[in-house]
Design a protein around this ligand. Structure first.
Ligand SMILES: C[S@@+](CC[C@H](N)C(=O)[O-])C[C@H]1O[C@@H](n2cnc3c(N)ncnc32)[C@H](O)[C@@H]1O
Length: 344
């Protein structure tokens, strides 16, 4: 087994507000000067935070495999599992008695078979609901992400890394974090990264296991977040949106795509509020004939106003969107300046 070396820097001298922050440098287990992808990639500081205190900062440079991160404040180590860093709350804990079961929209994607078939047919099926396809969705997301180009992008709920690869290949970002809760999705993503020759000398990617409801980043530290086809799978969208708002830098961008309700195409023509009374009965009929069981326990389809409300409720502004049939891509911004007390 590879010998891992821990390099812990002394707490950095920052301004008074940040004096309590400890910075832990987490070197790549493979030295960045060695041959291969790690050597070709420019060095980028990827900054993560301990998922418990959200204060100790882990600085990661270079490619996988990584070494474990230790937070002295919390007395906890977070594992580096082969190809990804595990920054979930249960990382490094032997859960012999109690194992948290998540919402079905999270658990479903932890199945290795689902991760295997995801880019081999599953994702392509979204076209039936109006998703324009990965290349087009990527182009649309890049438009929304323009103000954040040059920074580090978090591809949240990256799945098999379909968009992570496109973002990295574009060379428009200093680095891309591929974050997902599913171990098997991250393993599949790393296989695809390794097979993609265009990524070898390109933008560095770090794969991290993390929960969207407990993002392992310091407050106000993230340039941009993309979440493709994911918010309908998240256990607690409100908490997730609050986390996204917490970690974005002032001026940071959030862009996401998801499924609207089955009546959204009609709603687009005659108004969502007009079709609203029909939404529940139609969903019930669809549920009854759904061969995969009750999808409302796995996914949650949206009305556009609900997404707008979610965004506004966590203080993000400049909501904008593109929508077609059941597909919507929406974006919002973290206000550039802190609000004055009289604006609260
Ligand atoms: C439908 S896939 C989307 C994958 C990819 N972004 C795309 O556009 O095709 C939804 C992803 O959300 C992830 N997910 C579900 N619950 C999550 C959670 N609590 N935290 C982080 N990711 C989660 C799943 O593991 C899955 O990979």
């Amino acid at each position: 087994m590879r010998q891992l070396h821990k390099q812990c820097a002394a707490p950095q001298q920052h301004d008074a507000r940040r004096a309590a922050r400890t910075v832990v440098r987490v070197a790549s287990a493979e030295p960045v000067t060695s041959a291969g992808a790690a050597a070709a990639n420019p060095q980028t500081d990827f900054k993560f935070a301990c998922p418990i205190c959200l204060t100790t900062e882990f600085v990661v440079q270079g490619s996988a495999p990584y070494q474990a991160c230790r937070c002295g404040r919390c007395g906890r180590s977070f594992e580096a599992k082969g190809q990804y860093l595990d920054l979930t709350l249960t990382s490094g804990v032997a859960q012999q008695v109690y194992e948290q079961k998540m919402w079905q929209g999270t658990e479903l994607f932890r199945q290795p078979l689902v991760s295997f078939v995801y880019e081999r047919g599953w994702r392509q099926n979204f076209a039936g609901a109006g998703f324009p396809g990965a290349e087009k969705e990527f182009e649309m997301a890049m438009q929304y992400l323009q103000p954040a180009q040059g920074g580090v992008l978090i591809d949240a709920s990256c799945g098999t890394g379909l968009f992570t690869r496109l973002f990295a290949r574009s060379k428009k970002f200093a680095g891309v974090v591929a974050l997902d809760f599913s171990e098997s999705m991250l393993q599949q993503a790393q296989q695809f990264f390794a097979q993609d020759a265009a990524l070898k000398a390109g933008t560095p990617i770090v794969a991290v296991r993390g929960d969207i409801g407990r993002l392992p980043f310091a407050t106000g530290s993230v340039d941009a977040i993309h979440a493709g086809a994911a918010i309908h799978c998240w256990p607690n969208p409100q908490a997730a949106m609050a986390e996204i708002s917490r970690v974005l830098k002032p001026g940071g961008v959030f862009v996401a795509s998801t499924f609207l309700t089955p009546l959204a195409p009609l709603g687009e023509l005659i108004g969502d509020s007009t079709v609203r009374p029909l939404s529940q009965p139609v969903s019930t009929v669809i549920e009854t004939f759904n061969p995969f069981g009750r999808s409302n326990q796995t996914f949650r389809y949206w009305e556009e106003d609900e997404l707008k409300d979610l965004v506004a409720a966590v203080g993000l502004t400049d909501y904008t969107r593109t929508r077609s049939r059941m597909f919507i891509m929406f974006a919002a911004t973290k206000p550039a300046a802190e609000r004055q007390p009289e604006q609260w």
